[in-house]
Ligand binder design. Sequence first.
Ligand code: SAH
Length: 250
Amino acid sequence: MTAEQNQLFSKIRIVLVETSHPGNIGAAARAMKNMGLARLYLVNPVNFPHEKALFRAASARDVVENAVVCTDLSEAIGPCQLVLGTSARQRRIPWPLVTPKQAAQQVTAQGDVEGDIAIVFGRESKGLKNEELQQCQLHLNIPTSDEYSSLNLAMAVQVVGYEIFCAAVDQPPAPAWDQPPATNAELEHFFEHLEDTLAVVGFHDPENPRQLMTRLRRLFLRIAPDHMEISILRGFLKAVNDLKNKGANI
Ligand code: SAH
């Protein structure tokens, strides 16, 4: 791999949420190493460390041994500037959907960006919860037969890793931009600030939230705001709160 490709691959985190079977962790690590990926994050793994993980990893034991274990998803994706959630299922409120090829193009287009990129995989039994997918900018779906859409976890990692590997070989020049993309943590703080402010001005009823925040999340995640844009929006929210605190009738 070239230096640029190495640099891109070193930014990619593969995040597995609450994996039950340690064998799947090992098989995912092997799939990663085959495709040049090394940074494995495990959010609350059910059975880890475990010898089955090392056994199934074969020559990718190092990926398993260097895995970062986290207690919640935000710890694994907080600093990331692009977060993709993988899921076999369409959701009631659909999220912007990409195929593995389109996802790989998005990932390789981040070549010049400083921050990390995360690809999040769900539980073997239940996949990703809606709240987890709603922390991601994009929903990555691997097209399958209608008869059976759910791949084995490690096989899903393999397919996504393969497409990133192929796209990286044929990497288009990254588009120039003056600001870094907002990180997941910056976006999450913004969503909290937005929700509070909407409640303060009486537009949002936390007792009866409906889908307001889900729809606003989808709007802002779709736009992919940069660091400066999020700072401006937070400044605006602060100004609204300050006015309200001074007794303004808004
Ligand atoms: N029964 C679960 C599927 C779990 S499969 C469900 O209904 O959601 C384990 C994980 O592999 C999923 O959470 C997802 O991260 C990945 N995966 C499996 N099949 C996939 C597909 N067709 N597209 C995208 N990701 C998939």
